[in-house]
Every structure is written in structure tokens, then in C-alpha cells.
Design a protein around this ligand. Structure first.
Ligand code: NAP
Length: 312
């Protein structure tokens, strides 16, 4: 059981990509899942559990060195309005179970937050989870990202739906908020390669490509790269409910998740400088390059393979 990894969120956007990368690395992975899953790789097993059930986490973390924590409670839950309370209970359960079983490190991905700003409910909750991990007494490595460019990512799918499906795109009070996207493959490289980099223990890193855009520019560049002519109309106010409702219908993303993510467009998501380049020896690809990669993958993967996404 030495060097066992516990992967949470293995059925989600980030967790499923990490699982694929870990299976290529030939390490022992145990996935915490709510429903049984069949894995063909003999190095990958599963344990049934729920992050809201402490006892199941004690069983899941037994003999584990590293936990990947890729959970959030937005969408899907019956008690949607309380997602932040549930997220707090879940991570408190996990850090307690990690302490009980002597887990050495929790690797987590969350959103970029700006300490100068009043955060949306979604980002306040993400920040709270991050703080609980940092203060847990267990080692950690935390990465923070904004829009992750990749099929199946909630923020990306909302961007994609807005630009592809609306010939006239209304932009609201968040049009000039700044954002620094990053491609999914780069995110996965950081998450998986940090396993072998001891210097990343007890560190937090913002990750993003070298391009910083406003949300309006992000949509303009995306439309240009897809060869779509779009008219942008500025409208005062946030129109949170109306835009969440429309995008909830257009994007293949859970409508509650769309609602919480749109609330976060008021918050800038720009990276703090760090020594990531030196530690990992690569730089993330540009926004335009990332759009081209995804467009190429679309040619290979039919639209029908898309699923209704519940992530954030
Ligand atoms: N996607 C992005 O663009 C993005 C950007 C920045 C940061 N992040 C961060 O990345 C992390 C993962 O997000 P994601 O996009 O991968 O989310 P996701 O696709 O919605 O996956 C969420 C995962 O959590 C699991 N889960 C939910 N409730 C659970 C419970 N009670 N017990 C056990 N498992 C439960 C889900 O399992 P089921 O299949 O059983 O529901 C699913 O596997 C989050 O911390 C998020 O803040 C994501």
C-alpha cells in the first residue's frame, strides 16, 4: 500500500484528467466515488464514500500518502443554497480523516482570488476550503486557476456557448474584469508533476497562461479564432439572474453552477508572480494556442459526446 494516492472527484472534469495522467505514471490510485466504477487499469481501484460522511473518509484514507481534493458542492445537491456550508463540512471531514491516518499531503485546485476584492459567494467558499487545507497541519500543494480551457470545464463551456450561440453578445458590468485563462493540459501537468517535487509542499501557486484579458476581450479573441463575427453590446448593470438563466439554457452546464460562476465574473482572476517556471521547467501555452488545440480535438470528438456538466 506504500505511496497510495487517494483521488477525489475522479468522475469530474479535473479529477478524470488527473486520473488518466496518473494511470500513465504507473502509480497506485484509489478513487473515492459515490457509485461503483469499473477501471481497467489494475493500479486503479475505487472505494465507495462521500465527503459528507467522515467514516467513509477514514476508510478511504487508510494507508494513503497523498490526497487529491477536487470536490465542490455547487449543482446536483438538493440543498443547493447551502453549497458553501456543505463544502466546509466536506473539507473539515477530509482534513480530519487525513490527520487520523497520517496522510502526508493534500493536493488541491481552486480559484484565483484577489485579496483586495470583495469575493463572490462561489469564490469566498473556494477560499475558505483553501484556508482549511492550509491550516490543517497536513502538508499541502494548492494551485489556483481562473477559466480552464478544455471541453467539459464549466467556465469554458459557458464561454463557448455564449460566443457560438449568440450573434449579438450583451456584455454587462463585468465586461472589464480581468482574467488569465489556462489550458487543461497545463493544469494537469502541474497537478501531477508536483507529486515528485518536494519543493512544492506547503506552497500555493496561481496558474495561468501569459495572456491577461478582460472578459469582453476574452470573448472577442475566442470569436475571432473561431472565425465568427460577433457584435458586442454594453449594457449597464450585472443582469445576473437573466444572464444565468439564458446561459443555463445554452451551455451544457448545470444551471445552478452557471448562476454561481456568473456571480464570480465581478472578481478579477489574475496570477501573482511565482517561481513555477523554474520548478516545473515549462510555461503554459497561450490562449490562442489553447483555442486551436480544443478546436482540433472537437474535430476528433463529436458534439454528442458532451455531457451536462456540473462543475465549477
Ligand atoms: N472547472 C474549472 O474551470 C475550474 C477552474 C478553477 C478551479 N477549479 C477547481 O477544480 C476543482 C474540481 O472542479 P471540477 O471542475 O473538476 O468539478 P466537477 O467536474 O463538478 O467535479 C466535481 C466532483 O466532485 C464529486 N463530488 C461532489 N459531491 C461529492 C460528495 N458529496 N462526495 C464525493 N464526491 C463528490 C463529483 O462526483 P459525482 O460524479 O458523484 O457527482 C465530481 O467527481 C474544484 O475545487 C474547482 O474549484 C475548476
Amino acid at each position: 500500500m506504500k505511496n497510495m494516492i487517494l483521488l477525489t472527484g475522479a468522475t469530474g472534469f479535473i479529477g478524470s484528467h488527473v486520473l488518466k495522467a496518473l494511470s500513465e505514471k504507473n502509480v497506485q490510485v484509489r478513487c473515492l466515488v459515490r457509485r461503483p466504477v469499473v477501471f481497467e487499469d489494475p493500479n486503479i481501484t475505487h472505494v465507495i464514500g462521500d465527503v459528507l460522511d467522515y467514516n467513509s473518509l477514514v476508510r478511504a484514507t487508510e494507508g494513503v500518502d497523498t490526497v487529491y481534493y477536487f470536490i465542490h458542492m455547487m449543482g446536483k445537491q438538493k440543498e443547493q443554497e447551502k453549497f458553501d456550508i456543505l463544502d466546509r463540512i466536506a473539507i473539515e471531514n477530509m482534513v480530519r480523516a487525513c490527520r487520523f491516518n497520517g496522510v502526508k499531503r493534500i493536493i488541491h485546485l481552486t480559484g484565483i482570488t484577489n485579496p483586495q476584492e470583495k469575493l463572490s459567494r462561489h469564490l469566498s467558499s473556494r477560499k475558505e476550503v483553501e484556508e482549511i487545507i492550509r491550516n490543517s497541519g497536513t502538508g499541502y500543494t494548492i494551485f489556483r486557476a481562473s477559466v480552464i480551457m478544455g471541453r467539459g470545464g464549466a467556465a469554458f463551456e459557458i464561454l463557448d456557448a455564449a460566443v457560438r450561440k449568440l450573434p449579438i453578445i450583451p456584455v454587462f458590468s463585468w465586461a472589464s474584469t480581468k482574467v488569465q485563462p489556462v489550458h487543461i493540459e497545463d493544469v494537469i501537468r502541474y497537478l501531477v508533476e508536483c507529486l515528485d517535487k518536494k519543493e512544492t509542499i506547503n506552497r500555493c501557486y496561481d496558474i495561468g497562461c501569459s495572456d491577461v484579458f478582460t472578459y469582453k476581450e476574452l470573448m472577442q479573441v475566442y470569436a475571432n479564432e473561431l472565425g465568427l463575427k460577433r457584435i458586442f453590446v454594453s449594457i449597464p448593470g450585472s443582469w445576473h439572474r437573466a444572464s444565468s438563466f439564458i446561459l443555463g439554457k445554452l451551455a451544457p452546464v448545470n444551471a445552478d453552477v452557471v448562476h454561481w460562476l456568473i456571480g464570480s465574473l465581478q472578481n478579477s482572476m489574475v496570477c501573482e508572480q511565482s517561481d513555477l517556471g523554474e520548478i516545473f521547467g515549462f510555461e503554459p501555452i497561450s490562449f490562442r494556442e489553447s483555442i486551436r488545440k480544443i478546436a482540433h480535438q472537437n474535430v476528433l470528438k463529436p458534439e454528442t459526446m458532451r455531457r451536462k456538466i456540473s462543475n465549477g
